[in-house]
Write a protein that binds this ligand. Structure first.
Ligand SMILES: [Zn+2]
Length: 196
């Protein structure tokens, strides 16, 4: 298997621990998106694309994150310690969507991605830099109902631009709590070791 292309989306704030999103192409014919490059305490490491594990509310069947204490839909109180345990005994809250099955492959992907990330940082300093990562806007904030409801009565076209301006302001104050917890969990699992 060869990694034939790596695309990087750098994050705006270099002080944040999430340094970039990235996609890799295998043998010129299969793309995996949504890898993350994260600044760990022992250097940058690559996290595989993962999904939050969910379960269903016993009352209304709505899906909730395993750490949710109340159902998002009906408010039913849920048991706090209901998440299954991983092999190391800690709560298993995420599952990788795509991942290497041995450490040799993991290290190879990681080493290639970290090199590509360094090159991307240099490219980004040049005028006319264009990011090649296919961004589907998953990280953007939706416009809330309140933002639209409480906008003063103005012509329709002006309403649209006001809502857009408000939502882009909200992006700068996005909550980091969940992500920081995820970084701590990945580090405990031994990610980032052996990298500079
Ligand atoms: Zn419910």
């Amino acid at each position: 298997m060869e990694i034939t292309e790596i695309r990087i989306k750098l994050m705006d704030d270099p002080s944040e621990r999430l340094q970039a999103f990235c996609s890799i192409t295998l043998d010129g014919c299969f793309v995996i998106r949504d890898l993350k490059i994260i600044q760990g305490t022992r250097g940058s490491f690559v996290a595989m694309p993962s999904r939050k594990l969910m379960d269903r509310c016993p009352r209304c069947s709505c899906k909730n994150h395993l750490r949710a204490r109340f159902c998002n839909d009906c408010g039913c109180e849920l048991h706090e310690e209901r998440a299954g345990k991983a092999d190391d005994g800690r709560a298993k809250l995420y599952a990788d969507i795509a991942h290497p099955i041995n450490s040799e492959c993991r290290e190879r992907i990681q080493a290639n991605v970290i090199v590509a990330y360094s090159l991307e940082l240099e490219k980004a300093k040049l005028p006319g830099y264009v990011c090649t990562y296919d961004d589907f806007g998953e990280e953007n904030y939706a416009t809330s109902v309140e933002e639209i409801t409480y906008t003063p009565m103005v012509p329709h076209s002006a309403t649209t631009s006001t809502a857009t301006a408000t939502s882009s302001t909200a992006t700068t104050s996005r909550p980091r709590h969940t992500f920081v917890n995820r970084v701590a969990q990945l580090e405990e699992e031994g990610f980032g070791s052996g990298l500079v």
